[in-house]
Ligand binder design. Structure first.
Ligand code: PLP
Length: 819
């Protein structure tokens, strides 16, 4: 399609001008980083009119707006993605080629904005892409961390974290908007005042405050000229003028405020699915929520008189409980600043806020100590007290004499503020992120809430954007799909992939499909050679587990199985074994000791196996450093086997599983999260399913666990593997290095239960499933068919489908009309 906005000669001129004005250099003299900047500014220049026009459309059409509130947006690189969504990638690539510039090399200069940990942050990014592509009015609201997710280096097998100074060269796509700054207040005390009419007012005194400065990022919709906004907040100190007369000249306070501003957006907490209870984290939450809600209300009031109708034009979606303070902040503004009464304010709030639950794991639930919470947010806390008081009253009137219900559902209990309870009570919608997850919420974790307010509960199975994870990450396959379908419609309607099923008996099509996989494997092999100095064979099975390192995700099961295979090859060198490359990528939270031991174990096993000439390269193990969106795109494209092996019931959905499927990798997994729905779409015969079901896991958990020793007694091969953790095999003779991992499997640490993630219990089932993988892969034709069927069956897992469901069943938005 001819794209008039990318008239080549004009674009080339623009790049030259940018290089000159930004760096006083010519294109020939500029460094690759400078070229990246110049090209990005030139691209921004082209999109800016659409950005302005979209905002104008908002004003003219006055649509309902969704504010997607998230502590994390794991965006990945912007340049390539923007070009794809502007349908200008090819034109720009050609224009740059004519100037002697390689677009891919330029793209590689862009730091990954890693403002997220993993799945939750990436989901937020995929949702913004889909919202813009479907033409809905939406803002992402978040924090502009000065340091994103740490960079991971592996030294001597251990993870080493280094700071991610992603802003050091500036950021071409962002726009600083100081004119929209907001003040956010912390601490102090609340004084009650009565006015002439005897009306009560709450005045916050002796507070510290911070100035929130917004930075806007364009979110380009695919091929529709819609450009939405991600607004993330930076913090600056408020100097002198803000101090009221009472505080003027208070030097100590000025210094404190400066420190607060400096600290508040400094770093992203690197915990995935884990609550750490840090005060600064709560400050971060209130900081971006208060600024975002103030902005949403300002925007609403510009063209609307009646604040009590806010919910008709505004909805706040809370990505997990992290933004839940939003419900109390909205109440505060409606009560204290807009002058609504409690009932009116509550009516508006409970029609405006909606909550997405992301986990059922106890260690991930946010429960803030009341003393900390009330000290930091005194007025917000008062409001939560009143919400809790009324809710407890409601429980008692609905369930007289059932104090058990109060104990289970109260928001304030045991000295803690339970954020999930607040979100459920104040939200008009509570959704889980995959069918199984939502069922577990309704039937187990949140049973009492579901019984009391069933109408709030609903499921929204997660999704991913095919624009980034196929078009950008796997352009070869994307082009092939377009050719075979004879249309590009799949780019905005992934259900069209279905038609590829007609090709499963077409030998030429299957061959082409696998040839593309092979090219992607070669691309990844080159990356591995460059980054790991390990040679891997693209003809081997690429068996991949990339995701955050967490015990429930069971990377330990995977590596124990690799140890088992190695023992088998050594003991029976004569037996045939199809060459396999096991690929890992995973960051562990900096303070998660056991997760880091598992990384060390993987690297130690890799070291031994990769250097054992006697196995003739049948097995290779690679740990890819610094797993992030940009290398993830290549990894998915190159995978044959997608390892989705979490303990059933623990992974709420997973989205990595969907990216693999889209790219034609076959799932080896448990019946957990969205794996259940993946198998439903592709068919049991085109996936490898193993292990306990979630019902079985939950049943064991409710009955004191299981006995790992019984399993080890029955399985000498597994016992040998487990013993190798403490016989020095993978630790140069050190018998203590992996003692903790050994103990966690066999006796449980600190008096706890052993093997709480059922690794040994599921081991045999996993090993048998892996044998079936090998058998299937040996049959080239059969495997090609399975792989193609995965791509063909992935339609449901587009985030476009997910977002349309949120729109239809939760938000009720109308599409923007853009000419
Ligand atoms: C998709 C994605 C994740 C989430 O992976 P899961 O396997 O669902 O846990 C994490 N990190 C990155 C970089 C991703 O792209």
């Amino acid at each position: 399609m001819y794209n008039p906005r990318f008239e080549k000669e004009r674009f080339k001129k623009e790049v030259e001008t940018e290089v000159k004005t930004l760096f006083r250099r010519s294109v020939q003299e500029a460094t690759p980083q400078q070229l990246f900047q110049a090209v990005s500014y030139a691209v921004k220049e082209v999109m800016i009119d659409d950005w302005i026009a979209t905002q104008k459309t908002y004003e003219e059409q006055d649509p309902k707006i969704v504010y997607y509130m998230s502590m994390e947006f794991l965006m990945g690189r912007a340049l390539g993605n923007n070009l794809i969504n502007m349908t200008a990638y090819t034109e720009v690539k050609e224009a740059l080629e004519e100037m002697g510039i390689d677009l891919n090399a330029i793209e590689d200069e862009e730091p990954d904005p890693a403002l997220g940990n993993g799945g939750l942050g990436r989901l937020a990014a995929c949702f913004l892409d889909s919202l813009a592509t479907l033409g809905y009015a939406a803002y992402g609201c978040g924090i502009r961390y000065r340091y994103g997710m740490f960079k991971q280096k592996i030294k001597n097998g251990y993870q080493v974290e280094t700071p991610d100074n992603w802003l050091k060269d500036g950021n071409p796509f962002e726009l600083r908007r100081p004119e929209y700054a907001k003040e956010v207040r912390f601490g102090g005390n609340i004084r009650t005042e009565y006015d002439a009419e005897g009306k009560v007012h709450f005045v916050q005194e002796n507070f510290e405050s911070v100035k929130a400065i917004p930075y806007d990022y364009p979110i380009v919709g695919y091929g529709n000229h819609v450009v939405n906004t991600l607004r993330i907040w930076d913090a600056e100190p408020i100097v002198d003028f803000q101090l009221d007369s009472f505080d003027r000249g208070d030097y100590r306070k000025a210094v404190e405020q400066e420190n607060l501003a400096r600290n508040i957006v400094e770093v992203l907490y690197p915990n995935d699915n884990h609550y750490a209870g840090k005060e600064l984290r709560l400050k971060q939450q209130y900081f971006f929520i208060s600024a975002s809600i103030q902005t949403a209300i300002d925007r609403y009031k510009k063209s609307h008189e009646q604040i009590e109708r806010l919910h008709e034009k505004v909805t706040f979606q809370m990505n997990d409980t992290h933004p839940t303070v939003a419900v109390a902040e909205l109440m505060r503004i409606l009560l204290d600043e807009e002058g609504l009464g409690w009932n009116e304010a509550w009516e508006v709030t409970t029609k405006t806020c909606a909550y997405t639950n992301h986990t059922i794991m106890a260690e991930a639930l946010e429960k803030w100590p009341i003393d900390l919470f009330s000290r930091l947010l005194p007025r917000v806390y008062q409001i939560i007290q009143e919400i809790d008081r009324r809710f407890v009253e409601q429980i008692r009137s609905q369930y007289p004499g059932e104090e058990e219900k109060v104990r289970k559902m109260a928001i304030l209990r045991d000295g803690q503020v339970k954020m999930a309870h607040l979100a459920i009570v104040a939200g008009y919608s509570v959704n889980g992120v995959a069918r199984l997850h939502t069922e577990i919420l309704k039937q187990q974790e949140l049973k009492e809430f579901y019984q009391m307010m069933p109408e709030k509960f609903n499921n929204k199975t997660n999704g991913i954007t095919q624009r980034r994870f196929l078009m950008h990450g796997n352009y070869r396959l994307a082009d092939w799909v377009t050719g075979k379908l004879g249309t590009k419609k799949w780019i905005t309607d992934l259900s069209r992939m279905e038609k590829l099923k007609e090709l499963t008996d077409d030998p030429k099509a299957l061959e082409e499909f696998m040839a593309i996989k092979r090219q992607n494997k070669e691309r990844l092999a080159a990356y591995i050679l460059e980054h790991n100095q390990i040679e891997v064979d693209p003809r081997s099975i690429f068996d991949v587990q990339v995701k955050r390192l967490h015990e429930y995700k069971r990377q330990l099961l995977n590596i124990l199985h690799i140890m088992y295979l190695y023992n088998k090859i050594k003991a029976h060198p004569e037996q045939s074994f199809y060459p396999r490359t096991f690929i890992f990528g995973a960051k562990a939270s900096a303070g998660y000791v056991r997760a880091k031991q598992i990384i060390k174990l993987i690297n130690s096993v890799a070291e031994v196996i990769n250097n054992d000439r006697s196995i003739h390269g049948k097995l290779k193990v690679v740990f890819i450093e610094d797993y992030k969106v940009s290398n993830a795109e290549w990894i998915f494209a190159a995978a044959d086997v997608s390892e989705q092996i979490s303990t059933a019931s623990k992974e709420a959905s997973g989205t990595g599983n969907m990216k693999f499927m889209l790219n034609g990798a076959v799932t080896l997994g448990t019946m957990d999260g969205a794996n259940v729905e993946i198998v439903e779409e592709v068919g049991q015969e085109n996936a490898f399913i193993f292990g306990l079901t979630s019902d079985e896991v939950i049943s064991y958990e409710n009955n004191g666990g299981y006995c790992p020793m019984d399993v080890l007694k029955e399985d000498p091969d597994l016992k040998q593997v487990v013993d190798q953790l403490i016989d020095g095999t993978y630790a140069n003779g050190d018998t203590q290095m992996y003692r903790d991992l050994y103990d966690s499997l066999t006796q449980g640490s600190q008096g706890g239960r052993a093997d709480i993630y059922f690794i040994l219990k599921d081991f045999d089932s996993y090993a048998r499933a892996q044998e079936k993988v090998e058998e299937a892969y040996r049959d080239t034709r059969r495997w090609a068919k399975m792989a193609l069927l995965n791509t063909a069956s992935c339609g449901k897992f587009s985030s476009d489908r997910t977002i349309q469901e949120y729109v239809d069943e939760i938000w009720h938005l109308n599409r923007l009309e853009r000419s």
